[in-house]
Design a protein around this ligand. Structure first.
Ligand code: GYE
Length: 302
């Protein structure tokens, strides 16, 4: 922290930046890759990283942020588990003159002075890409079941929204939707229940690879063939997802890039140097079909 060395913004006596990072949890392959990227890039940038895992609970993240404020870190970065309920703690950071950067997920607040910038994907666009592919590539399919991410999380809200926009006015319909909390076990459990209660399922739209992989287990256990009897679309494109895509068990994946570490360190340095940063930094992403996954898989880093 910057305590005691008057006149300097952010740097301690040794000149090192201290960052407090409040991570969501370790719920998915995406999250594991994201954590690794932040830790590695902090080390490469000479940033002293204090890292906490909130186990997908907002109260834990709020506690972690408060402790970073008490420790007088130079900058706080976090990936908000849900969109709402952040104003109080972020106001505390602001009053303590500690800048905040949102990474990966956005918050829903009218007060945009509570953070310097938001670095992450366009989740509505991801949902749209999923819906567009389905419209064009699944002739005859009608009934979609949706495995939602964590309730109240930006990627769950936005991936649903974008997908619904894309399939509006077509024969495709979401006939059942429930959260699987972005985990493999959650996806499996919800899919088991859907297979029992929904008479005809043509498509699974899972908000991430892990829930899609859990759904595959449930579909196989029910004696059906994933990717054939039931089409599967997911978001993320982590290695396990890409492997299932190459094998034809998943039909389409919308990429979401977890490697945000380098950009986060660069933005933090700029903020602490008093430089202007854009209020929103969007990461660039693509999509993969089964054929493309076969080519890409050997190069996949996470
Ligand atoms: O898609 C999912 C993870 O916030 C973009 O969180 C992230 C999402 C990602 O658990 O796998």
């Amino acid at each position: 922290g910057g305590s005691g060395d008057a006149g300097s913004t952010g740097a301690k006596d040794d000149g090192k930046i201290t960052m407090g990072f409040a991570q969501v949890g370790a719920e998915s392959g995406w999250r594991t890759a994201n954590t690794k990227s932040i830790q590695e890039e902090a080390a490469a940038a000479g940033v002293d990283l204090k890292f906490s895992d909130a186990q997908q609970k907002q109260e834990n993240q709020i506690k972690a942020i408060r402790s970073y404020i008490q420790q007088k870190v130079d900058i706080i970065a976090f990936s908000p588990v849900v969109e709402t309920g952040w104003d109080t703690v972020l106001l505390e950071a602001k009053r303590a003159n500690i800048p905040v950067i949102l990474t990966d997920r956005a918050i829903d607040s009218d007060d945009t002075t509570l953070y310097k910038t938001f670095l992450g994907s366009d989740f509505v666009l991801e949902g749209k890409k999923a819906g567009e592919w389905l419209k064009e590539n699944a002739a005859g399919a009608k009934n979609v079941v949706e495995l939602q991410g964590t309730t109240g999380a930006a990627p769950a809200i936005d991936r649903k929204k974008g997908f619904e926009e894309a399939i509006a006015g077509t024969d495709l319909k979401i006939v059942a939707t429930q959260t699987g909390d972005f985990t493999r076990s959650g996806g499996k459990q919800v899919m088991e229940a859907f297979l029992k209660s929904v008479p005809q399922i043509d498509v699974v739209y899972a908000h991430n690879d892990d829930m899609g992989l859990g759904a595959i287990e449930a579909i196989k256990a029910a004696g059906k063939v994933p990717g054939k009897d039931i089409k599967i679309i997911t978001v993320d494109a982590v290695k396990d997802g890409m492997t299932a895509l190459a094998a034809g068990e998943i039909n389409f994946i919308v990429e979401c890039n977890p490697l945000l570490g380098k950009q986060l360190m660069d933005l933090s340095k700029k903020v602490l140097a008093g430089e202007e940063v854009p209020p929103r930094v969007v990461t660039e992403e693509t999509t993969f079909t089964s054929e493309q996954a076969k080519t890409e898989l050997p190069n996949r880093k996470y």
